[in-house]
Design a protein around this ligand. Sequence first.
Ligand code: HEC
Length: 144
Amino acid sequence: MSGSARRLVVLAVVVALVAGCRRKPAREWRADDHDEEPSAPAPGPGAAPGAAAAAGGGNPDDLVDATWTSKCAECHGVSGQGNGPKAAMTKPPNLADPALLGSRTDEQLANTIRTGKGKMPAFGTLPPSVIAGLIRRIRTLGGE
Ligand code: HEC
């Protein structure tokens, strides 16, 4: 019994020492290093299209391009061929294929973008003007 009691005391001392050691460098770190932490919040990924529109003087094509790059290209690829970084998981179609686009009206494409389809998420919060711009952009991919 006395053996395990002593072990407990030793353990308590060790814990106290470790806790004491931790506290001291923490205080010194705060004084010296904390200033180096960047305090300006980086703009979130969702802010990109709005920021691009503001920076580009509100050119609607810039907003469409920024939206395509930030929200669509990860699956569809920059030129819509279905080769973005997430394409292996989601298997998007080749949007540059005239056979696919030729069989869809603008309204059908707009509905797919707004409500999603299969593994494609819904983008119902995009303004109608941006959705229309995305469709124009997609239709140029296949040389239409
Ligand atoms: C997470 C991956 C992913 C993202 C992000 C994504 N898509 Fe898709 N998209 C898909 C997949 C998968 C399909 C095929 C859906 C199906 O037919 O089941 C598809 C299909 C489409 C189609 C063809 C629809 C049809 O009529 O068959 C269009 C157009 C399209 N996407 C546009 C967009 C646009 C514009 C964006 C960005 C706002 C976007 N996608 C973002 C995965 C994605």
